[in-house]
Design a binder for this molecule. Structure first.
Ligand code: ADP
Length: 332
C-alpha cells in the first residue's frame, strides 16, 4: 500500500519540480533570445560601418542567422540542464516521498500492533468464559454449588474485561491534544490519590509516607490524580507486603515534581525503555495474572504527562526498588 503511495508521491513531487524548472527555462529562453537578437543587431550595425576589407568574405554577418545559431545552442543547454534536473529531482523526490510517508507508516504500524494486542487481551478472558460454560453445559444436571462457582469465575473474567475496556478508554481519551488553562494544586492531587488507594495499600499492610509542599501547575485535576494513582498503585503492586512507599511533591528549577518511590522488586535495565509501551509487562510470571493489569497504566500516565507538557523519569534497581518522578512546568 505504501509502495504505490510512495511512487505516486514521487511523481507528484517530480511533476511540480519539473513544471517550475520548465517555466524558468522558458523565461530564461525568451529573455535571452531577445537580448541575443538585440545585441547581434547592434553588433551588425557597428560592423557595417567598418571598412569591408577587414572581413573574411565567408563570414556570415547576418544577425538573424547568428541569433538562430545562438538560440539553438541555448535550447540545447537548457535541455541538458532540464535533463540533469530531472535525474536529480527524481532521486530527491523519492527521498522526499519516503520522508513524508515515514511517520504515517509508523503510525499505521503502531495502530495495527495496538489492535492486535487489544484483540489478544480481549480474547483471553472470553475464551476462558466460553470454555467454562461449555464444560458446565455438558453435564445434564449441574449442581447449584458448581453453577455458583462458574458464575463467580465468569464474574472475575468480566471484571478483567471491564478493567481492560476502562484502560483502553482512558488511553483513547488522552490521545487528543488539549490545552489546560486552570491552575491545579499538585499537593491536593497527591493527597487525593493517596486517599483513593487507602484500601488497596492497607490491605497489603503498606504505608505511604507523604511529604507534600504547596505547588501549582496548569492542568486537569482528574487526569493528574489518575496519573498519581497509577504510580502509587504500581509502587504497591510491585512491592512486598509491609514494604514502605514514599510520595513527595516539591518544586525546583521552574519545575513541579511529584515523586513516587518504593522498595519493591525493581525493573531490569532492559525493560525500562519499554515499560511505557502499551500492553508491555516486564514480569512474565505476573503477566499470566491479568488481575494485576494489562500493561496500560504507564502508557496512560505518560500520555497524561505529555499532555501537560511534562515528562516521567524512572530510576530503578532490581531488588532495591523504583522511583518514578513526574516533572511538570510550574504555573505562572
Ligand atoms: P501494569 O501494572 O498494568 O502491568 P503498567 O503500564 O502500569 O502496567 O506497568 C508496566 C510494567 O512496568 C509492569 O508490568 C511492571 O513490570 C513494570 N513496573 C511498573 N511500575 C513498577 C514498579 N513501581 N516497580 C516495578 N516494576 C514496575
Amino acid at each position: 500500500m505504501f509502495h504505490s503511495a510512495r511512487i505516486r508521491l514521487t511523481f507528484f513531487y517530480l511533476a511540480v519540480i519539473m513544471a517550475i524548472s520548465l517555466l524558468f527555462s522558458l523565461a530564461i529562453y525568451s529573455l535571452s533570445s531577445r537580448s541575443i537578437s538585440g545585441s547581434l543587431r547592434r553588433q551588425a550595425t557597428y560592423f557595417e560601418n567598418l571598412p569591408r576589407y577587414d572581413f573574411d568574405p565567408n563570414f556570415n554577418l547576418s544577425p538573424d542567422s547568428q541569433a538562430a545559431a545562438a538560440r539553438h545552442e541555448l535550447q540545447f543547454d537548457l535541455l541538458l540542464v532540464n535533463l540533469a534536473i530531472l535525474v536529480i529531482a527524481g532521486y530527491g523526490s523519492y527521498l522526499m516521498a519516503d520522508k513524508t510517508l515515514e511517520p504515517l507508516e509508523e503510525a499505521l504500524d503502531a495502530q495495527s500492533r495496538f489492535t492486535a494486542d487489544a484483540s489478544h487481551e480481549l480474547r483471553t478472558p472470553l475464551t476462558a468464559m466460553k470454555t467454562e460454560i461449555e464444560v458446565a453445559l455438558r453435564s445434564s444436571k449441574l449442581p447449584i454449588a458448581e453453577a455458583r462457582d462458574l458464575l463467580v469465575s465468569n464474574l472475575e473474567e468480566i471484571s478483567k474485561l471491564e478493567a481492560l475496556a476502562n484502560g483502553l478508554l482512558k488511553l483513547a481519551s488522552q490521545d487528543k491534544e488539549v490545552s489546560y488553562d486552570s491552575d491545579v494544586s499538585l499537593d491536593r492531587v497527591a493527597a487525593e490519590a493517596v486517599s483513593r488507594l487507602k484500601k488497596v495499600v492497607s490491605a497489603r499492610h503498606q504505608e505511604i509516607e507523604s511529604t507534600l509542599s504547596e505547588v501549582s501547575v496548569r492542568g486537569d485535576y482528574a487526569s493528574l490524580v489518575e496519573l498519581a494513582v497509577i504510580l502509587l498503585d504500581n509502587a504497591s503492586k510491585y512491592s512486598e507486603e509491609k514494604s514502605p512507599i514514599s510520595l513527595s511533591v516539591s518544586s525546583s528549577n521552574n519545575h513541579a515534581k511529584l515523586r513516587v518511590s518504593d522498595q519493591g522488586k525493581g525493573i531490569a535495565e532492559t525493560d525500562i525503555e519499554h515499560i511505557f509501551d502499551r500492553f508491555y509487562r516486564s514480569d512474565t510470571s505476573r503477566s499470566k495474572n491479568k488481575a494485576d493489569g494489562y500493561g496500560l497504566g504507564l502508557s496512560i500516565a505518560k500520555k497524561i504527562a505529555e499532555n501537560h507538557g511534562g515528562i516521567i523519569r524512572v530510576s530503578s534497581a532490581i531488588g532495591h526498588g523504583s522511583s518514578f518522578t513526574l516533572e511538570l512546568p510550574l504555573s505562572r
